[in-house]
Design a protein around this ligand. Structure first.
Ligand code: SAJ
Length: 416
């Protein structure tokens, strides 16, 4: 059996490597030649605990190779990006490209699984795109278990947390939605190769919405915490103490406020529900707006800190601690920390020190030469104002005497 994984990013690569570690021949496909080259050297292009060893072994034992366009295989797993457009409409162009590339090599008996987080109906759309290119093959009909199609199609959204992907791929329950129950059953057999937890069968539309609902649940709950931080600020109350106390109630579990919500999932997926049901998804839309407005609240705090010093902004230096979208990863996608730092970079500070222990290059969006990426100790020593944007482990464990006497904005509550 050969499994082809299309898209070798944060989800596709770990999935490919875990399958390969189980003795399955895996061919990974990515349009980016550099990514393909790095993987074929047994190395990885992202930071994810334990993934480097897994990929190294899989490549060395000839169970994993990477190429730039699909070859014939038995099963195709699509794990390409599914972002939204400027108007928050889902952008399925990567899924369409993948479907067309797979269609060119598709054979009777193949199973195609969409793993990318998708709006309801996307799995059937992917199937339509393959069908257009391959009128010689028959495809399943939604819910019809009687019709014997040449190709099986299913949706199995990933649910893993960046930073613990290798563990969660094995330990988390999976929701598997088939275009027909038979398709779901074929996909379940595949996931049982490496998933220790339950593989729960449903139809592809319910599986699509299930993933979107999971991330919207988290977004709404983070929005509640973020709204509490605004209310507490207005009433001069320490929000972290407030939440700690409220959470001592046996049925209360409030999440943590922060500088906003980032990542390619929680800040994106709720919009797919809003797009499908705009009149009904009122709470989900409002939560998105609350979380998206939080960076502006932080920028306001930076301005207040400048005023407190009594100096002109052009005489002051500021350190931005953390750029990633959450602690101890290198992922900058949709990061509120990054967008806050970029705005800080353009408001007239004398010097801006960026500290991001998980990357060693200057990210895009920082064009002025008074902005530098430097180490934590140097940044803190030189800065008048310190904005803590990400709760990275090295910031949590640092010597707090270093920041005494400085203006400090702790957006994650780790020093409060
Ligand atoms: N955040 C807060 N306060 C909190 C928790 C998180 O502000 O109390 C922020 C984080 O700092 C970050 C953002 O939310 O900016 C998202 O981080 P996260 O850790 O909540 O989630 P992700 O995006 O890393 O992963 C989520 C997970 N979904 C759920 O927990 C429901 C993961 O299981 C999904 O697989 C992933 O989205 C995905 O790929 O969809």
């Amino acid at each position: 059996m050969i499994i082809s994984v299309i898209g070798l990013g944060y989800i596709g690569l770990p999935t490919a490597a875990i399958l390969a570690s189980k003795g399955v021949k895996v061919v990974g496909v990515d349009i980016d030649q550099d990514t393909v080259d790095i993987i074929n050297q047994g190395k990885i292009h992202i930071i994810e605990p334990d993934l480097d060893i897994l990929v190294h072994n899989a490549v060395q034992n000839n169970y994993l190779k990477a190429i730039t366009s699909p070859e014939k295989a038995d099963i195709f797993i699509v794990a390409v990006p599914s972002p939204f457009k400027d108007n928050y409409e889902p952008d399925l162009s990567h899924i369409r490209l993948a479907a067309k590339a797979i269609a060119a090599v598709l054979q009777k008996g193949n199973l195609v699984i969409l793993e990318s987080t998708s709006p309801v109906g996307a799995t059937e759309k992917m199937m339509e795109w393959m069908k257009e290119s391959r009128p010689d093959l028959s495809f399943p009909k939604f819910g019809d278990n009687e019709f014997q199609a040449d190709i099986a199609v299913a949706h199995c959204p990933e649910r893993v947390m960046p930073g613990q992907v290798v563990l969660e791929l094995v330990e988390n329950d999976r929701v598997i939605g088939g275009v027909t129950p038979q398709c779901a059953e074929s996909a379940r057999k595949l996931y049982k190769i490496f998933v220790k937890a339950d593989c729960l069968i449903t139809d592809c539309r319910t599986a699509e919405l299930s993933k979107l609902v999971e991330n919207s649940f988290r977004d709404v709950n983070i929005a509640f915490a973020n709204e509490l931080s605004l209310i507490s600020d207005k009433l001069s109350i320490n929000v972290w103490e407030l939440i700690k106390l409220a959470n001592r109630h046996p049925r209360v579990n409030i999440l943590q406020p922060g500088p906003g919500v980032g990542g390619h999932c929680i800040a994106v997926d709720p919009w797919f529900i809003v797009d499908s049901a705009p009149d009904e998804a009122k709470l989900i839309r409002t939560a998105r707006l609350v979380n998206d407005s939080k960076p502006f609240f932080i920028l306001n705090k930076v301005n207040q800190a400048v005023q407190t010093t009594g100096k002109d902004i052009s005489e002051l230096s500021i350190a931005c601690l953390g750029l990633a979208f959450k602690p101890d990863i290198d992922d900058l996608r949709e990061s509120p920390a990054l967008s806050i730092a970029q705005k800080i970079g353009s408001i007239g500070f004398n010097s801006i020190f960026l500290v991001e222990p998980n990357i060693d290059f200057m990210p895009k969006g920082f064009d002025n030469d008074n902005i530098v990426l430097i180490g934590l100790d140097k940044a803190i020593k030189k800065a008048d104002i310190i904005v803590l944007l990400v709760d990275h482990a090295s910031f949590k464990s640092m010597d707090l005497s270093l920041i005494s006497g400085k203006q400090v904005i702790d957006t994650r509550g780790i020093w409060s």
